[in-house]
Ligand binder design. Structure first.
Ligand SMILES: Nc1ncnc2c1ncn2[C@@H]1O[C@H](COP(=O)(O)OP(=O)(O)O)[C@@H](O)[C@H]1O
Ligand SMILES: [Mg+2]
Length: 234
């Protein structure tokens, strides 16, 4: 069985049928780019896989390392090692950087220690006593990723981690994602900036109108102008 397996997943927001039969697999330690135009259903798919209440999963199976996520609620999926970093990052204001990290550690007992986090994110060490929301967008994204690592983690979902960041900061976050990949943490990255996502991915899935229209090696998308034209506008 693949490390992470999504099998014919269907999900609804109330009466709206949005995720329409999505399937793909990821091996342990791989990075997968989940791509597609605005409104294609990428965020909805990540939310479904993380078992948030909406959209509601009504059909299909989701397996993580032999564990049936499709039978779980969001908090149970998180306990099983699913960590979603949403687009809005959900950094907690009024708490310092370190308090944000410690709070994340409370909910996950097998996550990274503070020392380990600061080793990989020296910028967060420098900022550790600062109110987290006063940091720059790039630093907040760093904190959001670090917080996911502080919890029990088996698979990381990043929803548009480069969104709203200047190109030089994108490069910095990209370096972090590369580090995470080198540590062997299985990752799904959703990005509008497809080129940036593809160049650090093993696999790619392209969605359109809630369905998978391509699934294969990331390199194939980079080399296929027709796919890029039709679904990615790059
Ligand atoms: N909470 C919601 N209720 C109803 N429809 C939604 C909700 N969130 C997203 N949608 C719809 O689901 C579709 C896919 O959205 P989304 O998953 O956010 O796409 P993407 O992340 O690829 O841009 C869109 O048509 C969007 O309008
Ligand atoms: Mg989205």
């Amino acid at each position: 069985m693949p490390f992470f397996s999504v099998r014919d997943v269907h999900a609804w927001y109330g009466e709206s049928y949005i995720v329409q039969g999505v399937s793909f697999d990821i091996d342990k330690g791989e990075v997968l780019s989940l791509l597609g135009r605005n409104g294609a259903g990428k965020t909805s798919t990540l939310r479904t896989l993380a078992r948030t209440d909406t959209p509601a999963l009504r059909r299909g199976e989701i397996w993580l390392d032999g564990v049936p996520l499709h039978k779980m609620k969001a908090y149970q999926a998180a306990g099983a090692g699913v960590q979603l970093v949403p687009e809005d990052r959900r950094i907690i204001g009024g708490l310092t950087v370190e308090e944000n990290l410690v709070l994340a550690q409370v909910t996950g007992k097998k996550g990274w220690a503070l020392e380990e986090i600061y080793d990989h994110f020296p910028r967060l060490y420098e900022r550790r006593t600062q109110d987290a929301v006063t940091m720059s967008g790039g630093e907040q994204q760093m904190l959001a990723v670090a917080r996911a690592l502080a919890r029990d983690i088996k698979i990381l979902f990043l929803d548009e981690p480069y969104e709203g960041l200047a190109p030089v900061i994108v490069q910095e976050i990209e370096k972090i994602v590369r580090q995470i990949r080198d540590l062997g943490i299985t990752t799904i990255i959703v990005e509008q900036n497809a080129i940036a996502a593809l160049r650090l991915s093993d696999r790619a899935v392209i969605m359109d109108s809630g369905e998978v229209v391509f699934s294969g090696p990331a390199k194939e998308v980079l080399d296929n102008p027709q796919l890029r034209d039709e679904y990615l506008a790059i």
